[in-house]
Design a protein around this ligand. Sequence first.
Ligand code: HEM
Ligand code: NAG
Ligand code: NAG
Length: 430
Amino acid sequence: MKSVIFTLIGGAAAFPFVANAPGVNSPWSGSGLHRLRARQQPGGEGAGSEANCPYNPNHVPAAPFNPKYPYNNAKNGQMGNQKGGYLVPAKGDTAHQFVAPNPKTDIRGPCPGLNAAANHNFLAHDGVTTFDELVDAQQNVYNVGYDLALLLATLGLTLTDGDVVTEKLSIGCDATSRTSFNPALTGSEPGLDGHDKFEADSSLTRNDFFLDNGNDFSFNGTLFGYMASVAESTGGGNFDFNAMSAYRKQRYDQSRAENGNFYFGPLALLLYGASSFVYELMPTAGGPADLATVSSFFGTSKNSAGQWVFNNNEQIPPNWYARVEPYSNNDVTTQILEQYLKYPVLFGGNTGKAGGSFDAVSFGAIQNGTISSSISATQTSCLLYQLATGSVPSYLNGVLTPSVKALSFVLEKLTSNPTFKNLGCPIPLT
Ligand code: HEM
Ligand SMILES: *[C@@H]1O[C@H](CO)[C@@H](O)[C@H](O)[C@H]1NC(C)=O
Ligand SMILES: *[C@@H]1O[C@H](CO)[C@@H](O)[C@H](O)[C@H]1NC(C)=O
């Protein structure tokens, strides 16, 4: 079906390809192409469902803070020293040595950064974690800045239906019986595997939810191989800014061509954040994001046939030092925009046919599917913050509106915090 073509105004003008792209609909064009989209959440007995989720009857929290091995001195969800450059795990710190997850009891999910942190007991080893563990581990392992650590932990809990009463979250599949304060009241809490929330299509090494019967969290070695090839051809062997921006674009193009239900909404901003983590957080202090480092975090090695396979050892590489400067909210939003502006794409979704017509979305700095290169400093700072406070277009004909409960949680965790108070982002009303 031929459809209304984008008009050349505002943000779209910066990217003439948008106007020329065939089959691009404006969501306001009334073209009537919106269709009911399949509910893309794990449910019943499927991949990521509670029925298939590892279960540990003897939950043990993350290894407790030990003043002998302080790392960033982050504990109880508070701000640490904000100073990296230390060895992780520290010499003699047996509590944080790598222990491979047990597939029967330990939940792992789509995030290699959190999986590795759990394998080293910086998060509960069984993968049922808490807000404070997430805030502490991001600071202590990776020297994520306190502002960004708070923001990501908040997004993790509110976007994926972690529990804002118990402040618990599964880093993978649905573990409602263990995260919820009252399953009858909260309904199911899908954890980080839950689709089209924090998890999204066109991940670096995970299949799209719709293309693999709801399995959007398992490692795919073919995709890792593609990423390594781009690192080879574009980054001189390193998974650097150039390589990761190019590979992010490649994955977008692949999903748009192959997945009729491809949806790349505002929450896909987080995917650019995640790809920046590969070159900003994974390298040892001052070192490159080389193949040895990245394959260690992703838990993959080459088999005798030359294929990348998952080895269940998502691990901090040997002799690894946390980055020296904290990685802040402004750092990550800058990297998100630089990657995006290097290869601008449309935010929105396929309307049912792979490679067919596409609906664009608007939200905050994203207007008619694009972000303008003239985005203001305030809009930049508020880019991720708004995902936690705004009504985010979720499916093409739906929005994800934070509940009053979720908004008061955000207010408590972020808005009352001096680092976010002064940004001038729109404050949610509860
Ligand atoms: C509370 C903090 C965090 C939460 C809630 C979180 C959650 C997630 C989720 C849901 C995904 C899947 C996104 C997708 O659909 O592709 C993801 C991907 C990813 N995360 Fe995290 N994450 C956090 C912190 C970190 C940290 C500290 C690192 C550091 C290395 C990291 C590295 C990554 C990478 C590299 C990916 C992309 C994996 C892939 O696409 O194959 N994350 N994260
Ligand atoms: C987005 O598209 C609509 C409808 O075509 C138009 O009225 C609006 O001005 C556009 N906004 C921007 C920022 O391009
Ligand atoms: C891995 O990804 C490739 C490329 O998208 C796909 O063809 C293949 O089916 C995926 N493999 C698995 C086991 O899902």
